[in-house]
Structure formats: structure tokens, C-alpha cells
Design a protein around this ligand. Structure first.
Ligand SMILES: NC(=O)c1ccc[n+]([C@@H]2O[C@H](COP(=O)([O-])OP(=O)(O)OC[C@H]3O[C@@H](n4cnc5c(N)ncnc54)[C@H](O)[C@@H]3O)[C@@H](O)[C@H]2O)c1
Length: 256
């Protein structure tokens, strides 16, 4: 099988790390850009250098993205897979400053846009871009506007880029629900401990794990998905499909 060149932003921890590991296990070359140097170095010592590259940097900085692409294309003349995964939230109307709001938008929308733009000359025929959104693009807890806006934005970016890159790269999004990333963080011996209340919100009968998302990434980047572009796939164990009224499913409303 041809060795694909893959890029995972925020690939040093959590869902991104799981995606990185699965692509690497498939025999692909994986480049990770992440601001967590310690976690990146841990991955470097785990994987052979021939098929793994870690670039430390904050992708909200334009120059960091430029330096990363410049370095990568010194050794690889083409790119097959780009996973725009890195994102965090910084609250909403009550606590998020103007600067923090813009930081999250730079991370969740501008960085995927700019990285894709710089990589355009290098995408191989049949390349695939996967943007990691969230079910929070469609529903919210109070005071989370920075994150939900970034996630809504990346969904629009997804269909926009799928049209612009038609014939060059397929572009899709995955919207994860609640994914417990504990086993892909620093503590390798993490044991999930979910309450019955939390589990029962999921028709699938459990909370998600990073592999639920990584497997969808592998599928979307494969030939099997060659007719799929511009789409969003919700992977949430059905949590956003379960309508709960007072008294349903053992749930009752208790005013605080
Ligand atoms: N975990 C969930 O329940 C969940 C649910 C829905 C969507 N998501 C999305 O999945 C993606 C991964 O989430 P996760 O839970 O694995 O997050 P995580 O915090 O465990 O990992 C994020 C990674 O991105 C890196 N990162 C953060 N900001 C960065 C920056 N400015 N520059 C470079 N790297 C940066 C971090 O260092 C980290 O390695 C995110 O887009 C998140 O919004 C997660």
C-alpha cells in the first residue's frame, strides 16, 4: 500500500493523538503540530522518526503555520490527509474577553483555513481533509459561545472548501459528542468512571472514546468514502437525538 502523508493538528493528546496513532499503525507518515512540547516528545520517542514528525507550535500564530508547512514540504512533496483537530473553548458572554474569543476563532477556524490554503499546491489527487467540529455546533450550554462559534464556523468552512477543492481533495467534518479522552492523555493507566445518569443520556449505552472518532477519520480518508464530500458526521452515541421530557427515561427536573 502507498504510504500516505498525513497531518494532524493537536495530535499530541486526546482525540488527535488517537487519530495520529491509528494513521501511524496503518503505515502512514504522520506529522503532528501541537503546542504541547512534552506530549509531542513522548510521541517522538514512541514512533520511529522515519514515519513521524513533531512540530511544536501554537497554530493561532500565522508564522507558526507558515514555518510548519515550509519544514514539511522540504521532505514531502505531497500531502494526502489533513485532520484539523486542535481546538479549545474559552467560555462565552459572561467570562470570555474579546481577545479570548478571537483566539478561539483563530484556533478553530482561521488555522484550518490557512493551513489548507498553504497546502493547496501539495495535495495529492484523492486527498482528504477532515475537520473536527462538535455537537456543540448545534446545541449549547450557557456561556460557551467562543467554542460553539468556532465549531459552527468549521462546519461552514467544510462545505465551502469541499466546493473550492472539488476534484483535488474531499473535505468532511466529524462532530463528536461526549468523548472521554482520558486514555489518550498523560495518565496511561486512566480508568473511566461514568455515572449511570451520564451513560443513560446516550442511546448507544456508553460515553464515547477517541477511537470512535479515529475510526470515522480512517473511513472518510479511505477510497471507500470517495463519493462523500462536504458533509458532517455526528458521532455522539445518539446523545443529540434523545429528546428528554420531565419524567422521561428516569429524568426529573429539580429547580436549583
Ligand atoms: N473530547 C470531547 O468530548 C470532544 C467533543 C466534541 C468535539 N471535540 C473536539 O475534538 C478535538 C480534540 O479534542 P480533545 O478533547 O481531544 O482535546 P485535548 O485538549 O485533549 O487535545 C487538544 C490538543 O490540541 C492541542 N492544542 C490546543 N490548542 C492548540 C494551539 N493553539 N496550537 C497547537 N495545538 C493546540 C493541545 O495541546 C492538545 O494536544 C477538538 O477540536 C475538540 O473541540 C472534543
Amino acid at each position: 500500500m502507498k504510504r500516505r502523508v498525513c497531518i494532524v493538528t493537536g495530535g499530541a493528546n486526546g482525540i488527535g493523538r488517537c487519530i495520529t496513532e491509528r494513521l501511524w499503525e496503518k503505515g502512514d507518515f504522520v506529522a503532528v503540530i501541537d503546542r504541547d512540547i512534552e506530549a509531542g516528545k513522548r510521541l517522538e520517542s514512541k514512533f520511529n522518526k522515519e514515519r513521524f514528525y513533531f512540530f511544536a507550535g501554537d497554530i493561532t500564530e500565522k508564522t507558526v503555520i507558515e514555518e510548519f508547512v515550509e519544514e514539511l514540504v522540504k521532505f514531502h512533496s505531497h500531502v494526502d490527509i489533513l485532520v484539523n483537530n486542535a481546538c479549545i473553548g474559552k467560555g462565552g458572554l459572561n467570562h470570555c474577553s474579546y481577545e479570548e474569543f478571537n483566539y478561539v476563532l483563530r484556533l478553530g477556524i482561521s488555522a484550518p483555513f490557512y493551513l489548507t490554503k498553504l497546502l493547496m499546491p501539495y495535495f495529492n489527487q484523492g486527498a482528504s481533509i477532515v475537520n473536527i467540529a462538535s455537537t456543540r455546533a448545534f446545541m449549547s450550554q450557557a456561556d460557551t459561545e467562543s467554542y460553539t462559534a468556532a465549531k459552527g464556523g468549521i462546519l461552514s468552512l467544510t462545505h465551502g472548501m469541499s466546493v473550492t477543492l472539488a476534484g483535488k481533495a474531499r473535505v468532511n467534518a466529524i462532530s463528536p459528542g461526549w468523548i472521554d479522552t482520558g486514555t489518550y492523555q498523560k495518565e496511561e493507566d486512566y480508568k473511566p468512571n461514568h455515572s449511570e445518569e451520564d451513560i443513560s443520556q446516550h442511546p448507544a449505552g456508553r460515553i464515547g472514546n477517541p477511537d470512535d472518532i479515529a475510526q470515522m477519520v480512517l473511513f472518510l480518508c479511505s477510497e471507500k468514502a470517495s463519493f462523500i464530500t462536504g458533509q458532517n458526521f455526528t458521532v455522539d452515541g445518539g446523545m443529540t437525538k434523545q429528546m428528554i421530557y420531565h419524567g422521561d427515561c428516569g429524568w426529573s427536573y429539580e429547580p436549583s
